[in-house]
Design a protein around this ligand. Structure first.
Ligand code: 5GP
Ligand code: ZN
Length: 143
């Protein structure tokens, strides 16, 4: 994907503040951080969706993301971190190269998720779960 900005960042065609790099993943500071130190972990291979990232790479992204979160706590005095991934435009994905956000957090950092809690009606949860389980069985079997 020659026009993808994150592919260009991996190739060094667009400058970035590198945090970590290995054979599978690249991590760098987000240019518009929620808090300073906010880092993005991306697969070196171009994938628009997290769903097509090979298991080893996806595992590495999560592992490195967590370790960066711990480094942010220890070195920049944060109390916690969020791992966040937007998969698809409706979920808030703007850059179409899959990326895991590592967002350092403090109790009084002034940032809040607008997290609502709907309620299932009678039997609705079971019906929803049945559909997901059926589809998942087919896709996980296919790997
Ligand atoms: P999304 O909304 O797709 O989950 O997040 C995309 C993120 O990429 C945003 O947080 C945005 O600040 C960051 N971003 C977009 N363009 C650049 C760039 O050129 N360099 C860096 N370092 N971050 C970028
Ligand atoms: Zn890309």
């Amino acid at each position: 994907m020659s026009e993808c900005i994150f592919c260009k960042i991996i190739k060094g065609e667009i400058p970035s503040c590198r945090i970590y790099e290995d054979d599978l993943v690249y991590a760098f500071l987000d240019i518009g951080p929620i808090n300073f130190g906010h880092t993005l972990v991306i697969p070196k291979e171009h994938h628009e969706s997290s769903a097509t990232i090979p298991e080893a790479t996806a595992g590495r992204m999560f592992r490195i993301g967590s370790r960066i979160g711990v480094a942010l706590k220890r070195e920049l005095d944060y109390e916690a971190f969020n791992l966040h991934l937007a998969d698809g435009t409706a979920a808030g994905q703007v850059v179409m190269h899959a990326h895991l956000h590592v967002i350092p957090r403090g109790v009084e950092d002034g940032f809040h998720w607008n997290w609502r809690q709907l309620r299932y009606g009678d039997g609705e949860a079971a019906a929803v779960a049945e559909k997901i389980v059926k589809r998942l069985a087919a896709t996980v079997a296919g790997k």
